[in-house]
Write a protein that binds this ligand. Structure first.
Ligand SMILES: [Zn+2]
Length: 93
């Protein structure tokens, strides 16, 4: 796992300052969506290998939620770190 994360608010920080929530790729269904759509959103995950996006919380820093795109297989390279609110605005378009 990458040992340094560049927080968009705090700069380069050690990974120990962050808490990982998990996969950031599922899109929240609308409130009136079917039970099956909510089941998939809440419980079903791909457990992908390779380039993934995850929600990370900078719990020992700015306390902002971030979206970290990284490789979880061989290189553990971090490709991008974006504030989750900025990421959500981009996904809503
Ligand atoms: Zn931060």
């Amino acid at each position: 796992m990458a040992s340094l994360i560049t927080c968009p608010h705090c700069g380069i920080r050690p990974k120990e300052e962050f808490s990982i929530r998990g996969d950031a790729s599922p899109v929240r269904p609308v409130a009136t969506a079917s039970d099956d759509a909510w089941y998939v959103y809440v419980f079903v995950r791909d457990n992908s290998k390779g380039r993934i996006i995850e929600h990370w919380h900078h719990s020992a820093g700015c306390r902002r939620w971030l979206v970290v795109e990284r490789d979880n297989a061989a290189s553990h390279e971090v490709y991008s770190v974006t504030d989750a609110s900025v990421h959500a605005k981009g996904a809503a378009r």
